[in-house]
Design a protein around this ligand. Structure first.
Ligand code: NAX
Ligand code: K
Length: 466
């Protein structure tokens, strides 16, 4: 890269930041903007953006929080008519620019930074965070103490992992990337996100010589006398996810429900907890609504004794948490826990997992020797020696009963069609998240709607274009 004059990157960052702020304000002239300025270059970005807004007629006040302040940035702000103010100005601001700390932060916010973050959160003005919301660890999404809750985060040069992974993602608001001329991505080699084009490339498509068997047969061992719906939803997800055929195996009550909802599925009523006579499948989904009694345990053992990939979810995870020996098998295993289920599997604390999802999903993959899809408001997929894939689709409306059963069906169908656990999990999460958005469209959804929207999600990635 050719050498850039010192400060060029910061000027580009400030220009992008000021443009986003001006958009958010609508009219700049006469509006009150307060800058929270830390001692590093993150504060410098805020000061130069403040200079630009002051030149357009905004009232701009800087609250300087550190022992030092970016000297040239402060001079520029003062020359443009801005001023240094005390923290009481925060409450009256129309817009607050958070330049306390960026990627140079370490550990929980110290005082006075932490208190300023809380005051900004309590104020009426919208907050624009510079690079990352202060208090969020840019490389992991960890929040160790107080953190700014931003309306918009303007991030420089690259999407930081901490903006994609909770709890950081939850406080970042909308994320706007400013290209400062370093290329759009400064790759963190340990984290990746699939795009619609990646998913399009990975998705299996039926060819001329395909028949239902060659397209992939998925076995579903799910549902019990209590949770019959889980079986219906998992089979629905599997059919919409492109399995050539779905074989359902289970007890009377869920089997009757599956038959009634899905005449396409081949149903085997099990008298014994064994799948020996179910017929050939290329992969299994095990666990949604299955129960955790002795019968369920034996059925799980029978499924896991097969030589095809198995996706384990829900009650299946409770069963393997009690008997980890079930996971010892040759063929691949994909587990799809939420934080509580992973806590039981790792004998860890649920809150610790929520606070450091990347660390725990990596640990689970390494310790259990399986592929792990950790569900949550950001879903992450880990496999030993591969980058963690962070899912960028999804919507909070997906936090509804039964959506996880649909996900296991969709990802299971991709496994049966020959994708690896890693690709099936990450493509499954992508399509499921997108289907959730399409189904919700700003309003509550039911899990069955998500399954119904999976084909539209597949069409959307196919037509996304290169
Ligand atoms: N690196 C680059 O190429 C560019 C960086 N830019 C900006 O520069 C930022 C990074 O600047 P710096 O490296 O100066 O670091 P920061 O400004 O992110 O933070 C470092 C300062 O914060 C203090 N600090 C660290 N942890 C703290 C804590 N927990 N509580 C209170 N204070 C704490 C440190 O003592 C240090 O003075 C980026 O986030 C971005 O905003 C942009 O100007 C564009 C170009
Ligand atoms: K910041």
């Amino acid at each position: 890269m050719a050498r850039l004059p010192e400060g060029t990157l910061m000027q580009r960052a400030a220009t992008g930041l000021a443009a986003v702020c001006a958009d958010l304000l609508g009219r700049v002239y006469g509006r009150r903007v307060v800058l929270l300025v830390g001692s590093g270059d993150n504060g410098g970005d805020a000061l130069y953006a403040g200079e630009r807004l002051a030149r357009r007629g905004a009232w701009v006040g800087a609250v300087t929080a550190g022992a030092r302040t970016h000297e040239a940035g402060l001079r520029a702000l003062l020359e443009a008519g801005g001023r240094v103010v005390d923290r009481s100005a925060i409450a009256e601001a129309d817009l607050i620019i958070d330049g306390l700390v960026g990627i140079g932060a370490s550990g929980a916010l110290r005082e006075p930074y932490a208190g300023l973050a809380e005051e900004a959160n309590a104020a009426r003005g919208a907050i624009v965070a510079v690079d990352v919301p202060s208090g969020v660890d840019a490389s992991s999404g960890r929040v160790a103490g107080a953190a700014v809750r931003a309306r918009v985060t303007v991030t420089m040069g690259a999407y930081k992992t901490g903006l994609l992974v909770d709890p950081g993602a939850a406080v970042a608001g909308e994320v706007e990337l400013v290209d400062i001329g370093l290329g759009a991505y400064l790759p963190d080699p340990d984290v990746a996100a699939l795009t619609a084009n990646d998913v399009d490339d990975l998705l299996p498509r039926p060819g001329k010589e395909s028949d239902k068997y060659r397209r992939g047969v998925l076995g579903v061992a799910a549902g019990g006398d209590v949770f019959t719906g889980a079986a219906v939803l998992a089979v629905g997800g599997a059919l919409r996810g492109g399995a050539g055929m779905v074989r359902y195996a289970g007890r009377r009550a869920p089997a009757d429900q599956v038959r009634a909802h899905w005449p396409e599925a081949v149903v085997t009523l099990l008298d014994e907890p064994s799948v020996e006579h179910v017929g050939r499948v290329q992969a299994w989904v095990l666990g949604p609504g299955l129960g955790v009694d002795r019968w369920a345990h034996e059925l799980a053992a029978s499924v896991l004794a097969s030589n095809v990939p198995v996706l384990i979810d829900a009650d299946g995870l409770t069963l393997v948490a009690e008997d980890r020996g079930l996971l010892r098998r040759e063929a691949p295993v994909l587990i799809t826990p939420h934080a509580g289920e992973l806590a039981r599997l790792l004998r860890a604390d649920r809150d610790d997992i929520e606070a450091a999802r990347l660390d725990h999903v990596r640990r689970a993959a390494a310790e259990l020797g399986v592929t792990v899809l950790l569900k949550g408001s950001t879903t992450v997929v880990a496999e030993d020696a591969r980058p963690v894939r962070v899912n960028t689709t999804g919507t909070s409306w997906l936090a509804a009963g039964g959506t996880g059963d649909v996900l296991s069906g969709v990802a299971g169908a991709l496994l049966a069609q020959g994708l690896s656990c890693y690709d099936a999990a990450s493509c499954g999460a992508f399509l499921h998240g997108l289907a959730g958005r399409l189904a919700a469209d700003g309003a509550p959804l039911a899990a069955a709607d998500v399954a119904a929207a999976v084909p539209a999600a597949i069409r959307a990635v196919t037509s996304a274009g290169p």
